[in-house]
Design a protein around this ligand. Structure first.
Ligand SMILES: C[S@@+](CC[C@H](N)C(=O)[O-])C[C@H]1O[C@@H](n2cnc3c(N)ncnc32)[C@H](O)[C@@H]1O
Length: 222
């Protein structure tokens, strides 16, 4: 197993499963943010019946399962066997197509099909150099297809490749994965530079309460 796989398997064991129902009583839903019952939903992607959608870093598959209930052909890719195992167990009847693969490798595979939407929620889009990932996504989106992704905003002054730490036991060093942080204007420039159009970027504010860190949401069209 690679360091990254071990790190994300470790992360997986620390993360609780998605709740059985959300505050609205729904059994599936789409959440772009780090907060429950907060922010926009699947409408950001404009997914229709029969659309092929790809989740980069799908984790335990909750968002993907929701898109499947809307009639999408839902494909997920993730490097973590533990995350994918959890997705397979929780959403066994949802018809998800799940692949244990690095996102960039999956996108650049020669046999790849095109997608109507590609998205990533605190996923591989955040943990891969966008200079490498964005052209690969662009190449696999049909013309008019949508790319959308969310992640935490950068710490002011800390841009480009940053370290994320995944804690282990008290006697072990944390595991480290790399993430890429940018301000909204930089995301705009990166996406436009790789041929995306209608680029929209925003920060969704945190919900009322003690937490203050919002969520970057980026949407662009191929
Ligand atoms: C913070 S979790 C988010 C999971 C999920 N999107 C969610 O919203 O719950 C990040 C996920 O991205 C996956 N991941 C990180 N880097 C990846 C890469 N290069 N290729 C594929 N998956 C990756 C991890 O294994 C993990 O499941």
């Amino acid at each position: 197993m690679t360091t990254s796989t071990v790190a994300w398997d470790t992360y997986s064991k620390q993360r609780p499963e998605r709740r059985p129902v959300n505050a609205a009583g729904e059994t599936t839903w789409f959440n772009w943010t780090q907060y429950p019952d907060h922010g926009p939903g699947a409408e950001v992607l404009g997914v229709q019946q029969g659309h092929r959608v790809l989740d980069l870093g799908c984790g335990k598959g909750g968002n993907l399962a929701h898109l499947a209930t809307l009639g999408a052909r839902a494909v997920g890719v993730d490097v973590s066997p533990a995350q994918l195992q959890a997705a397979r167990e929780r959403w066994s009847g949802a018809g998800l197509s799940l692949h244990r693969r690095d996102a960039l490798e999956f996108l650049t595979a020669e046999t790849g099909e095109d997608f109507d939407a590609v998205y990533s929620v605190f996923g591989a889009m955040w943990f891969t150099d966008p200079v490498r990932l964005l052209p690969a996504v662009r190449a696999r989106l049909r013309t008019g297809g949508v790319l959308a992704f969310s992640q935490r905003p950068p710490v002011k002054g800390c841009y480009g490749c940053q370290a994320s730490y995944i804690n282990r036991g008290d006697d072990e060093d944390p595991l480290v994965v790399r993430r890429w942080d940018y301000e909204l204007d930089d995301w705009h420039g990166l996406l436009a530079g790789f041929g995306f159009r209608d680029v929209r970027t925003k920060i969704l504010p945190a919900p009322p309460g003690p937490r203050t860190i919002g969520t970057i949401l980026v949407r662009a069209v191929a």
